[in-house]
Write a protein that binds this ligand. Structure first.
Ligand SMILES: [Ca+2]
Length: 292
C-alpha cells in the first residue's frame, strides 16, 4: 500500500485545493493512504480551512500540521480560506489545533512500512529541509521514504529558471538549496511550464461545491492553472509515460541567493523533471475526470 504525505502552502493560490481534492478522492478509492498534510505557509485560517475542505471531501480525520513560522512569504491575499472555515464544518478550530510539523512527520514515518512513503510537495520546501537536518528525521526518511514528487522549479529554458515555490523568499530559497543537495531519495519535479496553461477547476455551475466556492473567492471562477493538481496526478500514476510525460534526468541545484534552479543532466542522477507529451487539453480532460 502506498502512503503519501502532502506538503502544501495552502496560501494565496487555489490550485492546492484542486490538488487536495484529487489526493482525497484517490485515498477514498483505495489507491493510496493519504496519511497527513503539512501546511508550510501560515495565515489566520490555514488549519481550519484545510480541515474544513478535508472534512467536506470525507477525509476530516487526516492529521494536519502547520509551520507557524511560515508567515513571511509574499502573495496576494484572497478570501477563500476564511470563507471555507466559516461555511464548512471542521474539527480543527484554529491554527492552535494543528500539530507541529516535525513531530507529526516523525510519527507518520515511524508508523509506516520501510520504503513505502511518498512525499508530495506543492508549496514551499522548508519543512522537508528541517526534517532531514534533524538526525532522527533523516534516518526515518532513509528507511521509510521511497521518493518525493515536487511542484517546483522551471525547466523549459535549458533546465534553468526561477519559480515561486523555490524563489519566494530567503526561507524557501535556502531550504530548496539544502533539500536538493541532501535529500537521500529520488525527486521528480513538475515545473512551472507544465501547468501554467492547463486550466482546471470544479463544475462552475455547482455553487454548493466548496472547491467551486473557493475558486470563485480566489477570482478564478472558470478555473486556474493546474500546477498542483497535475503534480498529484503525476504521483498517482507513478508512471510518467502513463501520466503523459517524458523524463529528463540529472541533478537539480538552487542558488540560495537568487532561487534560480539549474538541472545538470546525468542519466544516473537522483532528480528528474517532466516534459509534456500532449497538448494542454489532454491534461485538462484528465483533471476534469477527478475534479468535477
Ligand atoms: Ca501550492
Amino acid at each position: 500500500m502506498r502512503t503519501i504525505i502532502l506538503g502544501t502552502d495552502w496560501w494565496t493560490d487555489c490550485d492546492d485545493i484542486a490538488a487536495v481534492r484529487i489526493a482525497c478522492r484517490a485515498h477514498r478509492k483505495g489507491f493510496w493512504n493519504f496519511a497527513g498534510a503539512v501546511i508550510d505557509a501560515c495565515m489566520p485560517y490555514s488549519a481550519a480551512s484545510l480541515n474544513a475542505f478535508l472534512t467536506a471531501e470525507g477525509c476530516g480525520e487526516i492529521p494536519v500540521a502547520l509551520d507557524r513560522a511560515g508567515t513571511d512569504f509574499t502573495g496576494h491575499l484572497s478570501a477563500y480560506q476564511k470563507n471555507l472555515a466559516e461555511r464548512w464544518p471542521h474539527r480543527i478550530a484554529s491554527n492552535d489545533g494543528a500539530e507541529e510539523p516535525l513531530p507529526m512527520l516523525k510519527r507518520l514515518l515511524g508508523e509506516a512500512e520501510d520504503g513505502t512513503v511518498e512525499l508530495i510537495e506543492i508549496g514551499f520546501p522548508q519543512v522537508w529541509a528541517a526534517l532531514i537536518r534533524d538526525p532522527e528525521g533523516m534516518a526515518l526518511v532513509e528507511r521509510r521514504v521511497r521518493k518525493m514528487w515536487m511542484m517546483a522549479g522551471r525547466f523549459d529554458e535549458g533546465g534553468v529558471g526561477v519559480e515561486h515555490n523555490i524563489a519566494n523568499n530567503a526561507r524557501s530559497r535556502e531550504a530548496a538549496a539544502y533539500l536538493f543537495a541532501h535529500f537521500p531519495k529520488p525527486i521528480t519535479f513538475l515545473g512551472w511550464e507544465i501547468g501554467h496553461d492547463v486550466i482546471s477547476g470544479g463544475d462552475p455551475e455547482n455553487g454548493d461545491d466548496p472547491l467551486v466556492q473557493a475558486f470563485r473567492d480566489h477570482g478564478s471562477p472558470r478555473g486556474r492553472s493546474s500546477w498542483d493538481p497535475m503534480t498529484i496526478l503525476l504521483a498517482l500514476a507513478d508512471d510518467p509515460e502513463r501520466a503523459g510525460y517524458s523524463l529528463r534526468r540529472g541533478r537539480v541545484s538552487v542558488d540560495p541567493a537568487t532561487g534560480e534552479n539549474r538541472m545538470t543532466p546525468d542519466p544516473d542522477g537522483p532528480h528528474a523533471y517532466v516534459v509534456r507529451e500532449h497538448p494542454a487539453a489532454w491534461y485538462e480532460a484528465e483533471l476534469m475526470r477527478w475534479l468535477r
